[in-house]
Design a protein around this ligand. Structure first.
Ligand SMILES: O=c1ccn([C@@H]2O[C@H](COP(=O)(O)O)[C@@H](O)[C@H]2O)c(=O)[nH]1
Length: 267
């Protein structure tokens, strides 16, 4: 096997993803209570005992809500960059020194046969990152909570087999929606969240023959619908000359309240 993964939950109410290689299993973000994360994992027939480590993208509560309790309960090592550690320590409570690991913002590390690459993203957290995972020739990339896809990010995402890509909002729905103007401005800004259109535009530069599936993620419950996100992304792709068959490439759903099915990436 290359990799397998499940997005346990995705959206501003809580985020968590499990990624496994043959010899390692990691959890990325713990954005629900520890109890809820256990329940979501149980739905995919895994538990905290199956994990080797936790990786953190950034310190916003929808990414670290249950981190401290979950890491302590399962005595798991936690990886985050130095600034993120500084920003989240008060919230997550005590993590023993031997379980605290500082990961470079743009770095690579390995756990058994799982290669984990972190890369800087543009979001209004102290030093947020995305992650790419590789094992046995398979590559999975996670890119959510980013205001825009920089050239640097684009280069990290190239050659992915599968991606989890933010498609947070429909711009018109957000503009007409009930959020206060300062929050709308934040979401639409360079350190906010990717719109459906922006996700489609990013995919125009990423859709090589290798990319087989993109999970649209971190959808707003207020300003988006999965069908609308897919329609918009597809329209952008088609307007840019990208037409594909279902067996060549697919846009897939994530959910704020339930896990995606396990997806196997690569052989
Ligand atoms: O009252 C609010 C609602 C949301 N936010 C933040 O906005 C973005 C997008 O939220 P969605 O739920 O995806 O629409 C997210 O970062 C929320 O935390 C907010 O600050 N205040």
């Amino acid at each position: 096997m290359g990799l397998r993964f499940t997005v346990l939950a995705s959206g501003s109410t809580g985020n968590a993803t499990v990624v496994s290689s043959d010899a390692a299993t990691v959890l990325i973000d713990v954005g629900h209570s520890a109890k809820k994360i256990e329940e979501l994992m149980k739905e995919r027939e895994i538990s905290g005992k199956d994990l080797d480590a936790i990786f953190v993208t950034h310190e916003h509560s929808d990414h670290i809500k249950g981190l401290g309790a979950f890491a302590r309960k399962h005595q798991l090592p936690v990886y985050a960059n130095e600034k993120t550690w500084g920003a989240m320590l008060k919230t997550i409570g005590d993590i023993p020194d031997e379980k605290r690991n500082i990961l470079p913002t743009d770095g690579v590390m390995e756990i058994a046969d799982l290669r984990i690459e972190s890369y800087a993203i543009s979001h209004d957290a102290i030093e947020p990152v995305g992650y790419c995972f590789q094992s046995n020739g398979a590559k999975l990339s996670l890119a959510t909570d980013l205001g825009y896809v920089s050239d640097k990010v684009m280069s990290r995402l190239q050659n992915s087999d599968v991606m989890v890509l933010e498609s947070n909002h429909d711009v018109d729905m957000l503009r007409m929606g009930r959020y206060p103007w300062n929050i709308k401005r934040r979401i639409l800004g360079d350190t906010g969240h990717l719109s459906n259109e922006a996700a489609g535009e990013a995919l125009c530069s990423l859709l090589t023959g290798r990319l087989k599936r993109v999970y649209l993620a971190h959808l707003s419950q207020e300003h988006n619908l999965m069908d609308l996100a897919k329609l918009t992304v597809n329209t952008v792709l088609e307007n840019n000359g990208f037409f594909y068959q279902r067996d060549e490439f697919a846009l897939c759903d994530t959910y704020y309240d339930r896990p995606t099915p396990w997806d196997v990436v690569g052989k």
